[in-house]
Write a protein that binds this ligand. Structure first.
Ligand code: HEM
Length: 313
């Protein structure tokens, strides 16, 4: 079993001093080109780190012998903007080839997405390696559904040493970005098999959602996760208090008493939200792989093994 790497700020200060500037620059360009793309990249940290640690396993494309995580239940037709990571990697490989891992790129890019959209900025710990494989089954088993309720989510986060406060603060990432009608059809028309909508939805907001996602809609149509989807702020929590959360997994944080107090606090105090959020992101980023790794040259594929050169020589 590989030992966990010692993560620390400034890991590339000697081997690639411009790394963090380069990542932020590409993220800024992505934001200008397509504002939603930075939210989409931000989401990678959650989907990467929960599945065998932050090792960029979810960036691997399928191969004839390996079904990657891109096809998992939560990821397929949903994760997007992989090309932004490709662009970051290309820019880094030009300046310091073979030095900066894709797993670290995800961590820096997620931080930058938040900072560039008005949220907090913070120092990230770096020094991760990229996985040699991906785990479709694990992604299927671990990543939560938009139907999940707060007690399920509390248990899930607990397994990763993430507290109730971390759960609520990290869910605040839904302050930016969008989700598909696919993710809310059940709560609009058949919550928990009742044939009725989720009673926690504000009726005016439900009218809006019904217009966006009628029963015969193309379920890839998307809606905003909060009222200010391009700004990282505490509007998400204000929306939850008003019954205007988009996903069931969002609104449930206000329905349940254990999580409600944090939703209320963050809806009133953006600084408290930002503080708890940064802490949650650092903890999420500290989840490490127990498998051997490498620095991938291309985030979508593992490096060619030295074995070939051995046989050829
Ligand atoms: C607490 C459990 C969570 C659940 C159940 C959940 C679920 C979801 C779902 C269902 C979507 C929309 C997918 C679609 O319709 O295609 C989404 C979007 C998103 N999630 Fe989460 N999420 C959770 C936590 C997180 C965390 C911890 C982060 C980041 C740290 C995050 C970041 C995002 C972002 C930024 C988007 C919008 C992406 C875009 O616009 O492309 N989520 N999430």
């Amino acid at each position: 079993m590989a030992t966990a790497a010692q993560l620390r700020p400034g890991f590339y200060s000697e081997t690639c001093p411009e790394a963090e500037v380069i990542v932020r620059d590409v993220m800024l360009k992505a934001l200008i080109r397509e504002p939603r793309s930075v939210a989409s990249v931000m989401r990678f940290q959650f989907h990467d780190c929960l599945v065998n640690g932050c090792d960029a396993s979810m960036l691997l494309d399928d191969t004839p012998t390996m079904a990657g995580e891109k096809q998992s239940l939560s990821n397929v037709n949903s994760l997007r903007s992989f090309e932004v990571i490709d662009e970051v990697k290309k820019a880094l490989e030009k300046v310091c080839p073979g030095v900066v891992s894709c797993a670290d790129i995800i961590i820096m890019a997620a931080r930058d997405a938040v900072a560039l959209t008005g949220g907090p900025d913070w120092k990230v710990r770096l020094g991760r390696l990229d996985s040699l494989t991906a785990k479709l089954e694990e992604s299927n088993n671990i990543m939560p559904s938009p139907r999940a309720n707060a007690s399920f989510l509390i248990n899930l986060f607990n397994k990763f040493n993430l507290s109730v406060e971390d759960l609520v603060a990290l869910s605040g990432t839904h302050s930016i970005g969008q989700a598909r009608c696919f993710s809310i059809m059940f709560r609009l028309y058949n919550q928990s098999g009742t044939g009725q909508p989720d009673p926690a939805i504000d009726p005016k907001y439900r009218e809006k959602l019904n217009m966006l996602c009628p029963t015969n809609v193309d379920q890839n149509i998307t809606g905003n996760l909060d009222a200010t989807p391009r700004i990282f702020d505490n509007q998400y929590f204000k929306d939850l208090v008003a019954g205007r959360g988009f996903l069931n997994s969002d609104q449930t944080l206000f329905t349940f008493t254990e999580t409600r107090k944090f939703v209320k606090l963050y809806s009133k105090d953006q600084n408290e939200f930002f503080k708890a959020f940064v802490e949650g992101m650092l903890k999420l980023g500290d989840l490490q792989s127990d498998q051997p790794g490498e620095i991938r040259r291309n985030c979508r594929v593992v490096n060619k093994r030295q074995l070939n050169t051995f046989w050829e020589s």
